[in-house]
Write a protein that binds this ligand. Sequence first.
Ligand code: DC
Length: 224
Amino acid sequence: MSKAPVIAIDGPSGSGKGTICKLLAQAMGYHLLDSGALYRLVALAAEHHGVSMENERALSDIAAHLDVQFLTSVDGDKVVLEGEDVSLAIRTEAVGMNASRVASLTLVRKSLEERQRAFAELPGLVADGRDMGTVIFPQASIKVFLTASAEERADRRYKQLKSKGLDASLADILVDIQQRDERDQNRSVAPLKPAADAVLIDCTHMSIAEVEQEVMTLIRNRGL
Ligand code: DC
């Protein structure tokens, strides 16, 4: 197993994990694993290949052979699936819903385990997901469970969509978040829950800067 230190950040959709993980990876000069993107990619690849979201074997096959590149450049980060830039396509609500469905399948999760662990390279990794601290990196140096109320997460998402000029309904977003939480928390395999040794941060009333500061303090206290 790699000796690279891992900072595992888990939590529900919309808790701000993605933003915090990017900031932490930049501040530390660490690699970044957006594990949710892998489930989104499986869902999108399945759609492209006409594979049903119920066909566990075929989906796990897709997961095992995902032809994906995560590219970083000055113009921003890019996710390339089978040669096609899917950076925006994997972020739609529809793909998010299907990602949540494929993520509940044991064989799909198994197929993605080693690919995720391979991201743990020196000088270190910030891992963003639902089971980073519980299943993928149980030996992580730091484990954080970042959460916020469903209402606050819906509100943040609503404002984000509005700021992009997209049409959105706060009530629909809240229902969507509650459904996804329900599915992520109650699935039998790797359900969304804090690791026993995770530090819980409820950021309902915190700014991004405050959350970053709190996690940086944990990191410094661990001597990383
Ligand atoms: O974080 P996200 O919204 O991109 O994740 C997409 C879906 O994948 C979400 O429903 C939860 C699931 N997921 C998971 O089950 N395990 C992970 N480590 C990451 C995401």
